[in-house]
Write a protein of this length. Structure first.
Length: 531
């Protein structure tokens, strides 16, 4: 098989390199195999540094060899075979003719002059520094590269920077400068080159500091005025020398700041103090003792749009008038939108106790049919009188009615003041009913002048008796009043009938008592006649 392969390759037409291969590009160069493309072949590149006396392997087994740094005088050839075994056998493999590299890149020299700070381009290379510069201009169309040797002269030009510090209000060259500024000026130097002078101006306090702190506080509070930043010196109008100052009084406060360059700046801050004051409280007592119609009217000063409280600040209202209050003490609070407060205390006085006095004892006694004036004494104006028992009064809505009860009656009066308050008093009127009478249940008409007659004992209001009769137990009439009417003490019975003594026993009396008020009363009872 080996002899067959060698004989096969030996039969291929010879493929050779040119004796000289010219390289005219900068950088890696690719040497292509002269063998036909598509051959089923393995390769090995070789090179010689001594004109072909000795050869050494280089590259890889590709049909193209990349030469990173082409050098003139070096020779290259390509060994090839049908397989790696044959390639390793000098008797089996084939060789191309060698080719020697000739490196020849076109070049030229030039001298250029620029001003400092300028830039000149050779190809795509930017040149700014003086001296010799080698520039390779690569061909983009497959032709040779070019090498340009440039001697660059850089003429002097000036680009100066000056730092300038100004205090607030100072000018630079007659120009007022308020903020940090950069000014650039262009000149032509003696070399003919343009020069720049830059002034970087820093204005002290360009970022103007401010005094921070509340614009308003409540009376009794203390505010802290502060300034942010780092400065060499702080001088407050309060005498403080730090970056803050505590204040509690209204006014405009000043601060002089000194920075580390010695510049100064004046700052001011105005502080207002809200001093709320409850100027006046007008209380009004409830109309009635124990009532809830009292009032408090508050007047406050120191701010507008105030809120008012009478429960120590637990609740507030917009109105300064409070009504429907019972008597008592109230903690007052007045508050503004910022939460400032004024406090006070107020008292809703108790309503005076209405005095109503009945000009009679607690109980009065009259005889039935008599009248009793009811008079009262008050220490207040009475708008209305209300009496009970109107059936026994001459009037029920007057201060002094006349009472004429026929039975025991308690008269109660309500005296109502103009505000609706009222007070009560009463009197018990006991009626002594004179219609009561007494009839003995027994008598002994025996002539001893002791209980010899029976009669009716009646009160002073009994005017007369009529129809008096006495019957026995069988209903027989034994005595009958002859006169139509007699005073009660004249209607007597001596125990006889037609002048004849009646036997002892039980009898029944009956009759009618009439009174001075026009009323009458039937009377009836038992009598025991004793002998």
């Amino acid at each position: 098989m080996l002899l067959f392969c060698c004989c096969f390759l030996a039969s291929l037409p010879g493929q050779d390199f040119p004796a000289i291969t010219t390289v005219c590009t900068e950088g890696p160069y690719t040497l292509q195999s002269p063998l036909p493309a598509g051959s089923d072949t393995v390769y090995q590149w070789e090179r010689s540094f001594d004109g072909g006396t000795s050869w050494s392997a280089t590259g890889n087994g590709a049909p193209a060899l990349i030469i990173n740094s082409p050098a003139p005088g070096i020779q290259y050839r390509l060994a090839y075979a049908a397989n790696a075994t044959c390639l390793a056998d000098a008797a089996c493999r084939s060789l191309t003719s060698p080719t020697q590299l000739s490196v020849n890149i076109p070049s030229f020299s030039q001298g250029l002059t620029i001003c400092r700070g300028d830039t000149i381009f050779v190809g795509s290379s930017a040149l700014t520094t003086p001296g010799n510069h080698r520039t390779v201009i690569a061909a983009t169309d497959g032709t040779c590269d070019s090498i340009v040797m440039t001697f660059l002269e850089v003429l002097p030009a000036y680009d100066e920077l000056f730092l300038v510090d100004l205090c607030p209000g100072e000018q630079f060259r007659g120009i007022p400068i308020a903020t940090d500024t950069i000014i650039t000026e262009q000149y032509t130097a003696h070399s003919g080159c343009d020069s720049l002078v830059t002034y970087e101006i820093s204005v002290a306090f360009a970022t103007r500091p401010v005094i921070t702190g509340p614009a308003r506080i409540c009376a009794g509070e203390t505010a802290s005025l502060e300034v942010a930043g780092n400065f060499a010196r702080y001088a407050w109008s309060t005498g403080n020398d730090g970056d803050d100052a505590p204040v509690s009084s209204p006014g405009t406060y000043g601060l002089t700041l000194t920075d580390f360059t010695g510049c100064t700046l004046e700052l001011h801050h105005t502080l207002a103090v809200t001093d709320l004051d409850i100027r006046q409280v007008i209380p009004a007592a409830p109309a009635c003792a124990g009532g809830s119609t009292g009032r408090l009217d508050l007047a406050a000063a120191g701010d507008d749009d105030l809120l008012y409280s009478i429960d120590g600040g637990a609740s507030f209202q917009l109105d300064s008038f409070f009504s429907n209050l019972p008597a008592g003490d109230y903690p007052l609070v007045v508050e503004n939108a910022e939460g400032c407060r004024a406090t006070a205390a107020a008292t809703v006085p108790a309503a005076p106790v209405l005095q109503l006095t009945m000009n009679l004892p607690a109980a009065a006694t009259i005889e039935r049919g008599d009248t009793l004036p009811l008079s009262l004494t008050t220490d207040f104006e009475v708008a209305e009188w209300r009496w009970n028992g109107r059936a026994f009064l001459s009037c029920s809505d007057c201060p002094a009615p006349v009472a004429f009860p026929t039975v025991d009656t308690k008269f109660t009066v309500e005296a109502i003041a103009p505000g609706g308050c009222s007070v009560f008093d009463s009197v018990m009127v006991l009626v002594n009913d004179s219609r009561r009478y007494y009839a003995p249940t027994a008598f002994s008409p025996n002539g001893d002048n002791n209980n010899d007659q029976w009669q009716i004992f009646a009160g002073p209001k009994a005017e007369f008796i009529s129809g008096l009769q006495i019957v026995d137990r069988w209903g027989g009439i034994r005595f009958q009043q002859a006169e139509p009417a007699l005073p009660p003490h004249q209607a007597t019975w001596d125990g006889t009938q037609a002048g004849q003594p009646l036997p002892p026993g039980n009898y029944v009396y009956s009759g009618t008592l009439r009174y001075t008020d026009g009323s009458s009363q039937r009377i009836r009872g038992k009598i025991t006649l004793l002998r």
